[in-house]
Design a protein around this ligand. Structure first.
Ligand code: ADP
Ligand code: ADP
Ligand code: ZN
Length: 213
């Protein structure tokens, strides 16, 4: 299955992608996770991305295209992939089509998780992350032990871009630069929208129903 998980910041893409990757046994490719790992390791790429990420802006398209091209060429993507957080602009979507054409792996579904802005602000404000990629919510999806990751025992932290100003900026960037992709993929006939307002398990069940059809 070749899938893009689409939606605004905080819609639950990462949360659903983790569950879907386990269920369908396909790799979860999150550009946000890849960039944050580079930041932690202090790579050149991480340094180049930092100033954009801190401000809630998009990292330039050229930077992302190389990352995606290399990642999709890895052997685990033979069985399919679940892209999360990419593409986010029309040039990225065009680049993705080109890359997938080259490796003869057409996109099958773009799954748009729909959640209203007021709910997104609540989700992002309460999000806590682990460096292993797990994410929690202080109210909606708390870890068993306060501040500790259930999966790896790591210490949870709040992302700098999950603070008020950056949240507002990211929602604005989403509306201006990413939302136009809804039309783009609708015209291609591969867009499916799911209601993302239910709890995590409800949304997961809806997505699986949709994909199994
Ligand atoms: P995205 O990857 O789209 O930015 P995340 O998966 O990180 O979103 O989810 C954002 C926050 O909302 C996290 O704190 C997560 O635990 C929480 N969350 C995800 N899905 C739901 C849901 N269906 N209901 C309530 N909270 C959710
Ligand atoms: P969320 O889904 O919660 O908005 P991500 O973890 O996907 O956040 O992305 C965090 C940040 O990483 C973005 O605000 C942006 O700076 C950068 N980023 C991630 N993916 C992309 C992308 N495809 N294009 C440009 N920037 C990206
Ligand atoms: Zn962890």
């Amino acid at each position: 299955m070749n899938i893009v998980l689409f939606g605004p910041p905080g819609a639950g893409k990462g949360t659903q992608a983790k569950k879907l990757a386990g269920h369908y046994k396909i790799p979860h490719i999150s550009t946000g996770d890849i960039l944050r790992a580079n930041l932690r390791e202090g790579t050149e790429l991480g340094l180049a991305a930092k100033e954009y990420m801190d401000k809630g802006e998009l990292v330039p398209d050229e930077v992302l295209i190389g990352i995606i091209k290399n990642r999709l060429a890895e052997p685990d993507c033979q069985v399919g992939f679940l892209l999360d957080g990419y593409p986010r602009t029309i040039p990225q979507a065009d680049a993705l089509s080109g890359i997938l054409d080259e490796i003869s792996k057409p996109l099958e579904v773009v799954l748009n998780i729909d959640v209203p802005d007021n709910e997104l602000v609540i989700r992002l404000g309460g999000r806590r992350m682990c460096s292993c990629g797990a994410s929690y919510h202080i109210k909606f999806n708390p870890p068993e032990m306060d501040g500790i990751c259930d999966t790896c025992g790591g210490t949870l932290y709040q992302r700098d871009d999950d603070k008020d100003d950056a949240i507002r900026q990211r929602l604005k960037v989403y509306q201006e630069q990413t939302q136009p992709l809804i039309d783009y993929y609708n015209r291609m006939g591969i867009l499916v929208t799911v209601d993302g307002t239910g709890d995590i398990d409800e949304v997961f069940a809806d997505i699986c129903d949709m994909l199994d059809k």
